[in-house]
Design a binder for this molecule. Structure first.
Ligand code: AKG
Length: 281
């Protein structure tokens, strides 16, 4: 690794995130973007029309979402449709998607190779994961004009271990700035407790268990504007968000989430660990 490991770990522990500019090459980013286009075109017969909503008030929890842990499923942007469910704008399918997930890292060889890059394996070990396991992957499109806001949240709401070990690796596959919906985060906010958990109830239904309903103070969020190829590492307890993309620019990102295999992974997580969890080597 080019960076000093102790400095990286100290900064990660202090701030709850790291921004590593141009961690991956432009060629690697282009390979992933092109591969995603191919996957979408090959899946043209996939008629599912689930819409992804990140807002906890309307969070997507249909069977298509809950069954996506070991598949590559596609989710549309809410603003692509009108109130009657008809397409509002005339664009190719690939320009209407919100995200694809959640097993790209396990099912597609190109995404698998990108995800397991040796530099990332070294990094997560340096940051303290003893037995890193790769659990889920998402390709996030943040489409021009309709890319929706991702409200402030902690990733440990959606993936939790005891103790909390979740770590997100978010790769900017294109330049991400304030205009096209870059990430924002509260430095040091990972030291605050988890506000809610998305749990699979014994009834089979999904629900948010809320421990603190106070909204995050968005005035404490800093923009993480990064050039293409940059990696943002996010502690699972770090409050972060992204605003809507109202620009005419795309802002593709690829995000993977890891846990430490030494920690307990409760069965109440929406994602079944047995499905796609792989050693991060
Ligand atoms: O890419 C985005 O806009 C948000 C991503 C995010 O919040 C996440 O990966 O946890």
């Amino acid at each position: 690794m080019q960076h000093n490991e102790t400095e990286l770990r100290n900064a990660y522990e202090r701030d709850g995130y790291l921004v590593l500019e141009r961690f991956r090459s432009k060629a690697d980013c282009a390979t992933l973007r092109e591969r995603m286009t191919q996957i979408i075109r090959t899946a043209a017969n996939d008629h599912a029309t689930s819409i992804f909503e990140a807002d906890p008030k309307n969070h997507t929890c249909d069977d298509y979402f809950l069954g996506s842990g070991d598949k590559i499923h596609f989710f549309f942007e809410k603003d692509a449709f009108d109130a009657s469910g008809n397409l509002r704008i005339n664009r190719e399918k690939e320009m209407l998607l919100n995200k694809a997930g959640h097993a790209l890292h396990a099912l597609d060889p190109i995404f698998k190779a990108f995800s397991h890059h040796a530099s990332q394996v070294a990094l997560v070990h340096a940051l303290g994961l003893k037995n890193p396991q790769l659990l889920q992957s998402m390709y996030i499109f943040k489409q021009p004009g309709i890319g929706g806001e991702v409200p402030p949240h902690q990733d440990a709401t959606f993936l939790y271990t005891e103790p909390s070990t979740v770590m997100g690796l978010w790769f900017a596959l294109e330049d991400a700035g304030k205009d096209n919906g870059c990430l924002w985060a509260i430095p040091g906010g990972h030291k605050e407790p988890l506000k809610s958990k998305y749990v699979h109830k014994q009834t089979g239904a999904m629900a948010f268990e809320t421990y603190d309903a106070t909204p995050w103070d968005v005035s404490r969020m800093l923009p993480l504007e990064v050039p293409e190829g940059s990696l943002v590492v996010l502690n699972g307890l770090l409050p972060h968000m992204s605003y809507a993309n109202r620009s005419d620019k795309t802002r593709h990102a690829y995000s993977i989430h890891l846990i430490d295999g030494q920690a307990h992974y409760p069965e109440s997580n929406w994602l079944k660990r047995s499905h796609t969890c792989v050693n991060f080597i």
